[in-house]
Design a protein around this ligand. Structure first.
Ligand code: ADQ
Length: 469
């Protein structure tokens, strides 16, 4: 049996330079979290960037390399210029906002295309050097849109899958992208292209029709010598560690501390600090709740945790100041000597605290303006084995397609969301229980293991054997 070669911009581990020595630690972010627990009978190989390693002294590099090899990973290095122009520039400064419909932060000129191509070609080189007949290749995400076709040209018989973790937007937006033909053609080298929702898959098909003039037969397409299939595979989480939170004494103790004497209700938001996650409008919705329902003043508080992210991209540092200012204004306007409405943590929190926040929340706020899936929503649901707590979820998160028993909101409607918060805070226990039971059933039924299994099964499916033609 062949191995599963996983290719993603980031390795599931990151090399960071500490004050005393260099560490190899788990990478942040949803993709890394989802794939870390992956098991494949023939074994897995990971190919990706281990993070900025420029500062690692040569004397420690041997130790780092050994550690990476022990973990089954193959590093692909990026130069400082590539980090700026490929990673922060083309991938996170152009593709990320455009695919999330946040066109306001797009630069006037699209730069970094040469580096985007060069880095994709370097990844192709790394995959080809690892590949053995029978291996299955699974490429992930928007950093590597050109890779499937580059691999198809070099390894015509390989099974190649591609999964996009972010939304695939309407073809109207794809049409605005310089290099749109190359990017779309790049994805088409795969045997299977997967998305989180039907809507993204539909957008992809129409973009290929519009940009490349392709003709689809349902979800498949015949291309020079191979058949491409588009599929829907909603990513999920490893449910077990979240369910286990219920019986972890450290989590229990922290949950009790967060709940205090129960006099105040608790709203919780946990995100990467990213302009797609809807934090400013969420804060305004909370402010609207306090203005329009003054009875909640002194009786409810919001804990917002935002883990720093992509700090090298200009739009992110500007955005950070916007949130700082909003939190300051809301606290300034509403706080009393005994009560502060918003507690804002600009930091990552350890796992036990994350779990305790999920367990302690009366209402969990997941209100992105656009999100491929959003794993925080699923993690929250999985921890609530007490069948309590209300999930307020944006219609524009991929998760909304499955988690229909959540309180769904349009995050752009700030006052409307404020009213839904009031509704969530006053929801009767029986309704909370019914909704949470139904949400938990969805997350337990389709966990991350089913997700990987379904994708790889589809990729290996004999129905794709059209290459002999
Ligand atoms: P992300 O945008 O990174 O993922 P998400 O799916 O919500 O977003 O995952 C975030 C992960 O980071 C979660 O596992 C969460 O627990 C953790 N996390 C977030 N804030 C934290 C904090 N302050 N402290 C500690 N941990 C924190 C991308 C797409 C998503 C898609 C995933 C997977 O943008 O839409 O769901 O990939 O496909």
């Amino acid at each position: 049996m062949g191995r599963l070669i996983l290719v993603a911009n980031r390795l599931p581990v990151t090399v960071t330079r500490g004050p005393e020595m260099t560490h190899v630690s788990p990478s942040p972010g949803g993709l890394a979290a989802a794939l870390r627990g992956l098991r494949y009978p023939g074994g897995t190989v990971w190919i990706g960037w281990p993070g900025p390693v420029q500062g690692v002294p040569a004397s420690e590099w041997l130790h780092v390399e050994t550690r990476l090899r022990e973990l089954g990973t193959v590093p692909v290095m990026l130069t400082a210029r590539e980090v700026t122009r490929f990673y922060e520039g083309f991938a996170n400064g152009i593709l990320w906002p455009l695919f999330h419909y946040v066109t306001g932060v797009l630069p006037l000129r699209v730069e970094g295309w040469e580096e985007y191509q060069a880095v994709n070609a370097r990844f192709a080189e790394a995959v080809v050097s690892q590949y053995r007949a029978g291996d299955v290749i699974w490429v992930h995400d928007y950093h590597l849109l050109l890779l499937p076709s580059m691999l198809r040209a070099r390894l015509p018989d390989a099974r190649i899958g591609f999964f996009l973790h972010i939304p695939f937007p309407t073809s109207e937006l794809i049409a605005t992208l310089p290099h749109r033909e190359e990017l779309m053609r790049g994805m088409m080298g795969a045997d299977v292209v997967g998305f989180h929702t039907m809507q993204y898959a539909r957008h992809f098909r129409s973009a290929t029709e519009r940009v490349l003039g392709e003709i689809w037969h349902g979800d498949t397409l015949e291309r020079a010598g191979h058949r491409l299939r588009v599929g829907v595979f909603p990513i999920s989480i490893d449910v077990e560690p979240f369910e286990a939170a219920a019986t972890d004494p450290q989590v229990e103790q922290e949950t009790a501390l967060l709940r205090g004497d129960g006099a105040e209700r608790l709203l919780v938001g946990i995100d990467r600090l990213d302009y797609t996650k809807g934090i400013p409008r969420r804060l305004l919705a909370f402010e609207s709740l306090l203005r329009r329902h003054a009875e909640w003043r002194g009786r409810v508080r919001l804990i917002q945790v935002a883990v720093p992210s992509r700090t090298g991209v200009t739009a992110y540092s500007k955005f950070r100041h916007e949130i700082d200012a909003l939190v300051g204004r809301i606290n300034g306007d509403f706080a009393t000597p005994h009560w502060t409405p918003v507690r804002y943590l600009h930091q990552s929190v350890p796992m036990y605290q994350l779990l305790a926040l999920y367990r302690a929340a009366d209402v969990m706020l997941v209100t992105p303006v656009r999100d491929g899936m959003n794993l925080v929503a699923k993690e929250f649901v999985a921890t609530r084995s007490d069948d309590d707590g209300v999930l307020v979820l944006s219609e524009f998160a991929g998760a909304a397609a499955e988690l229909t028993a959540a309180v769904l909101v349009n995050p752009y409607d700030v006052d409307g969301t404020g009213e839904r918060l009031h509704g969530a805070l006053t929801m009767p226990r029986e309704e909370r229980r019914t909704r949470m039971k139904s949400l938990r059933a969805v997350v337990r039924e389709y966990d991350v293991h089913r997700w990987t299994h379904d994708f790889v099964d589809t990729l290996l499916s004999p129905a794709l054997e059209a290459r002999e033609t």
